[in-house]
Design a protein around this ligand. Structure first.
Ligand code: ZN
Length: 317
């Protein structure tokens, strides 16, 4: 096999998924190991190395892209990640680079998702866009002039913590009213308790022990009025926020990524509608698109895309 391949690694609190991806976004090989089984990051790296070493592809790897929580793209280190066993500062990119003897890059999950959309996904034709990851929180990656915006410390694009409601819901960051307390899988579940509606007492959500965001979407589809109101409320909060965020970077589009986004076209249309209503007329025409990085490999694709975005450094021939 002569194909050049990027190794994409997504380190999560529970599992570490990794895979080999070609420049067109085809995942040639993938696997996953439980992160918690490895008390030391070096042991996890060693395991991945051994798994790949026995595949026919090990010679084709030209670079490594790592997505990780609290990943600092500038230092290549995971810094004080609350959901990982590895405490303190872990120079993970350097550790992968020396084990594989290949250039390695680290970024946080939200930025990896933005690059993934640019290289293989819904933003191939775009130079200016923002990807919005709707997961446990709300992550975002900002692309301007075809380049990811890192900011002075690598922390740009934390749209989840832009405050959209004065004195609103308590946020994990210690402040109130941040966007992710409304628009995320956690935020949407909080709306069950925090929203009032005449339809609440008769909602089928009352029959579910601990309803999740997916339960809300499923119930809405079955015609449950209260669930539909929660989704409308979420789409309105997100759409309004996206209308305001347009003033920062004048994007061509927003790309919705993550569990809620994958619930489909109905939610996307609502977000687009509310954004359009709130946009300054000069920004008219911004699209809301759904991610094209589908399924279980989305995070691997995102992480691997860093490699192709560094082509100039890797000198791919
Ligand atoms: Zn916050």
């Amino acid at each position: 096999m002569n194909n050049k391949l990027a190794l994409g690694i997504d380190i999560g609190g529970t599992n570490t998924a990794f895979g080999l991806v070609d420049e067109k976004g085809a995942v040639i090989f993938h696997d996953s190991i439980p992160t918690r089984d490895y008390n030391d990051a070096a042991l996890l790296i060693d395991k991945i190395y051994r798994i790949l070493h026995y595949t026919e592809f090990s010679q084709n790897i030209i670079g490594i892209g790592i997505g990780a929580p609290n990943g600092n793209a500038f230092s290549g280190s995971i810094e004080f990640a609350p959901n990982l066993k590895w405490k303190g500062i872990i120079p993970i990119a350097k550790m992968f680079a020396s084990k594989f003897n290949i250039l390695s890059y680290l970024t946080n999950d939200a930025n990896a998702a933005a690059l993934g959309e640019k290289i293989y996904g819904a933003a191939k034709d775009l130079e200016d866009f923002v990807s919005i990851t709707l997961g446990t929180g709300l992550g975002s990656g900002v692309i301007v002039n075809g380049q990811l915006v890192y900011g002075s410390n690598g922390l740009a694009g934390e749209y989840g913590h832009i405050r959209v409601v004065h004195d609103g819901r308590d946020c994990g960051c210690g402040r109130k009213g941040c966007l992710e307390t409304y628009a995320s899988s956690t935020g949407i579940v909080r709306s069950i308790d925090l929203l009032d509606s005449p339809n609440k007492s008769t909602s089928i959500l009352n029959l579910i022990k601990k309803p999740t965001a997916i339960d809300i979407f499923n119930s809405a589809e079955k015609g449950d009025k209260f669930s539909q109101e929660i989704i409308d409320f979420t789409a309105e909060k997100l759409g309004n926020a996206l209308a305001d965020f347009a003033c920062f970077s004048n994007p061509e589009a927003y790309i919705l990524f993550g569990g809620i986004a994958q619930s489909g076209e109905g939610f996307r249309t609502k977000v687009q509608h509310h954004m359009d209503e709130g946009l300054l007329p000069i920004y008219k025409g911004i699209e809301v698109r759904l991610s094209k990085l589908h399924g279980d490999n989305a995070a691997i694709l995102g992480a691997s895309s860093i490699v192709w975005s560094k082509k100039d450094k890797i000198k791919i021939t």
